[in-house]
Design a binder for this molecule. Sequence first.
Ligand code: HAM
Length: 415
Amino acid sequence: MQRPRGTRDFLPSEMRRRRLAENKLREVAESYGYGEIATPTFEEEELFIIRSGEGIVQELYNFEDKGGRRIALRPELTAPVMRAYVADMQFEPKPIKLYYVGNAFRYERPQSGRYREFWQFGAEVIGADTAVATAECIAMAVEMARSIACNVVLKVGHIGILRSMLRETGMDEEEQKKVLRLVDKGEVQDLEETLLGRLDKEKSQDLLSVVRNASSPGDIMNKLVQYPQARECFQKLQDVMELLSIMGVENAETDLAVVRGLDYYTGIVFEIEAPELGAEKQVCGGGEYRLAHLFGGTDVATVGFAIGFDRILLASDGADSGDLLPVLDYYIISIGDTMRECAALAKALRSRGKKVDMDLMGRNLRKAMKYASSRNAKTAVIVGERDAAEGKCTFHDMATGEDEVRSMDDVLSGG
Ligand code: HAM
């Protein structure tokens, strides 16, 4: 039997690495005052269609359940979290700061760093419509990413700048989308041709220089004189950048070509990249958005992000891989008829918080020691029949080879 395409098994050493990384991210989230939320793995398909339009369906793992309901495995967790907010948290004091860790499913062509089942570590801040809320959320994303992979780059943009410029040019919705799609894909050549074919030279140049981030902030402000709404967005972006620098976020780049795949974002948008990952280098994406009103709630400002947990691990430098080996404090070896004594010792040591395993196979001493060494046990505890009769056992230090004979009663009673 084979695993379904685009899925993975995680063996114990990999799972340990993942859990350690997850715990680091949890610690960061809790240090910023976020509370954890969990939502179902599957939702009504409609939730994701309302969020992103019919186009999302081809990307979904969806099916009809036995009751005839259209169901989708979640492709991300923002829409489910906002559904839960509308159902149960709307009247709680704002802002509400939530984080989550969970698997998500997308029917995509699998490749390195792109899977059909993958994990996201994300956060949403609901109800704070300020630059400082957005900056703090971005700062947390960067701190999380850097806690696992040091070589990451933050790019921050504002979706409203290009959107309002395009609106001002008189382009219709479809044309605007086409242009934004080209910006998102970084197809600058096609973009230039499309703009020049549709607009006068001056307007095209204005847009292109914004997309290419070719100008200094002062120049951009001057260019935006004819686009007052875009100017306002740019001002907010500058406020956020200033706050990020105050919050100690280094190497934050302003990038007006970040449009986040034309999703549901309404304001500041950002991405974190790990350049060495090549094509799938985006390890985190997020921004400001409004979804609550689409799910029957009162409109509310929200900002959030999701770290691609699998990708950030691919980018992790492995500096801490020494910690990643599963280490046993004790491996207990029974020689002869001493299983009962060994089981009692294991229980006593475990109850003191030690990591303990014992020979379950009745192997001889040489083989059992070989296994203890393969499990990176620090100490082998050997209980032979004569030792047991005398109430003794031997603690063998696996690193130095030294033996210490101890009283079984002492060990059992916590000595
Ligand atoms: P997203 O950019 O679609 O945003 O996904 C976030 C991250 O998940 C990506 O940056 C990437 O690292 C990872 N990712 C996406 N697809 C895959 C895949 N097929 N395999 C492995 N990793 C993948 C969202 O999902 C939004 N919900 C983020 C957000 C939260 N915006 C506001 N709040």
